[in-house]
Design a protein around this ligand. Structure first.
Ligand SMILES: Cc1cc2nc3c(=O)[nH]c(=O)nc-3n(C[C@H](O)[C@H](O)[C@H](O)COP(=O)(O)OP(=O)(O)OC[C@H]3O[C@@H](n4cnc5c(N)ncnc54)[C@H](O)[C@@H]3O)c2cc1C
Length: 418
């Protein structure tokens, strides 16, 4: 088999994998691999936006909203790390040219979604994920010390016995030239979610939890794999394929859920699991396969401006949301559990780090608050870069508490329950 040697190999080219690669020190020989093309990742699909700290007075309310949505199953220290890391991530994205929407006075436009007590979400219309991911991809591709290799699925971890015990020595993968052993000082798993395993999901079908499965195979700790979030509002369709998401921010801007009788039946801004349960009950009561989302209270300018992607996609599917309520149904959306990690991305296997949706840092508890995941992925990706290199993140140096450095040694999550 061909053998390649790298300093760091990152599996996954969504925001987590890309932000990690971008934050490694200059000259770190890094390979980023992805399963299909680089555009086929959930990061590209994110609509609503990314939470960020609007000022010191929002720190506690944001933490409280995240803990409330997560039913208190969250790790508070992880939530604090995400919130405190947000200004550095937002600054880094702005410096990379991400043109988040602004108000007429030039300040960032913060929107609000379900279960948020305040507006704190930066966005680029309703295609925020594409704006962020494309900027990160362009920035990573410009680094001469990083290679992004598309259509290179990871097939397994390379685990070796050393004098100090077991260690991840690289990945086994397959690229255009066949099987390849990718040896590395550090491996970062950023392989995203598990929606591809579900019949109806908002995720890309190729996201099948491969990093998690490889960890299970080698006895690396994973946790809370039953903490799966269902999004209340995907566009109802009879056909197969990825379910199109209708962002929570539509409800944040006034869209309401109605049953067959045209009446509202729940608080649309309650946490996702609560709204999902209400929709399922309503469908059960009326024997229907969907409920409807009514945009009448959302101004036409907001629909055509802020929600242009949703408007166009629904129109192409035969639903003019400006003229009539659109049928919606819950769909699998996000995995809160995953590979057990400490706050520096370290797994129970030496040499193996994880970040993004495939990792479980404990931020989301058992139910994720809307628009926390892009941010969480990037804050902890920057921390992974620091763990791998021992140096502060290159483009987002403030993404970690300056007083907290990763302790020496690895395998900090070794006692996590499998
Ligand atoms: C429709 C939709 C809307 C969303 N809206 C928002 C939002 O508004 N705000 C928000 O914060 N979050 C949102 N989310 C969630 C958020 O987009 C994801 O949680 C986040 O982007 C995950 O990033 P990631 O880098 O961990 O994974 P992804 O972006 O999914 O990337 C995973 C990467 O892993 C690669 N990969 C997988 N398996 C392998 C393998 N075997 N070998 C090599 N590579 C592999 C894939 O090719 C891909 O490059 C949304 C999600 C969806 C689906």
């Amino acid at each position: 088999m061909r053998v390649e040697d790298w300093d760091v190999v990152v599996a996954g080219a969504g925001v987590a994998g890309l932000f990690c690669a971008l934050n490694l020190p200059e000259g770190t020989r890094t390979l980023v691999i992805c399963k299909e093309d680089a555009a086929t990742c959930d990061s590209m699909l994110a609509q609503g936006g990314m939470c960020t700290l609007t000022g010191p007075d929002d720190r506690e309310p944001w933490i409280a909203d995240t803990l409330a949505a997560g039913h208190g199953d969250n790790d508070r220290a992880a939530v604090e790390a995400m919130v405190d890391g947000s200004p550095a991530v937002t600054e880094a994205l702005l410096s990379l040219g991400v043109a988040f929407d602004r108000r007429p006075d030039g300040s960032l436009d913060h929107t609000r979604e379900g279960a948020h007590s305040r507006p704190r979400i930066v966005h680029r219309a309703d295609t925020t994920g594409a704006a962020v991911t494309e900027a990160l991809l362009a920035a990573v591709r410009a680094l001469p010390w990083v290679e992004v290799r598309e259509r290179c699925p990871m097939e397994d971890l390379l685990v070796e016995e050393g004098t100090d015990g077991r260690r991840c020595a690289g990945l086994l993968a397959r690229d255009a030239d066949g099987p390849v052993e990718l040896r590395a000082g550090t491996v970062v798993l950023a392989t995203g979610g598990v929606g591809g395993l579900w019949e109806r999901s908002t995720n890309y079908p190729c996201l099948t939890g491969d990093g998690i499965e490889a960890c299970r195979r080698h006895g690396v700790a994973v946790e809370h794999l039953d903490w799966v979030q269902v999004h209340p509002t995907s566009l109802y369709s009879e056909g197969p394929g990825r379910a199109f998401l209708i962002s929570e921010s539509c409800r944040g801007e006034g869209a309401v859920l109605i049953g067959a009788d045209g009446r509202r039946f729940c608080d649309e801004l309650a946490p996702r699991d609560v709204v999902t349960a209400a929709i399922r009950e309503q469908m059960g009561r009326e024997g229907s396969r969907s409920v409807r989302l009514d945009f009448s209270a959302v101004g036409e300018d907001v629909v055509r401006g802020h929600f242009s992607h949703i408007y166009e996609t629904c129109l192409a599917a035969g639903h003019d949301i400006l003229a009539e309520p659109v049928p919606v149904v819950p769909a699998q959306h996000y995995l809160m559990g995953g590979i057990a990690c400490d706050l520096w991305g370290r797994t129970s296997l030496d040499g193996l780090l994880a970040c993004g949706e495939t990792a479980c840092m404990g931020v989301h508890g058992s139910n994720r608050l809307a628009s926390n995941s892009l941010l969480e992925a990037m804050v902890f990706a920057a921390r992974c870069a620091e763990t791998a290199s021992g140096e502060p993140p290159r483009v987002a140096p403030g993404a970690a508490h300056p007083e907290m450095r990763p302790p020496a040694g690895a395998a900090a999550a070794a006692d996590a329950t499998a």
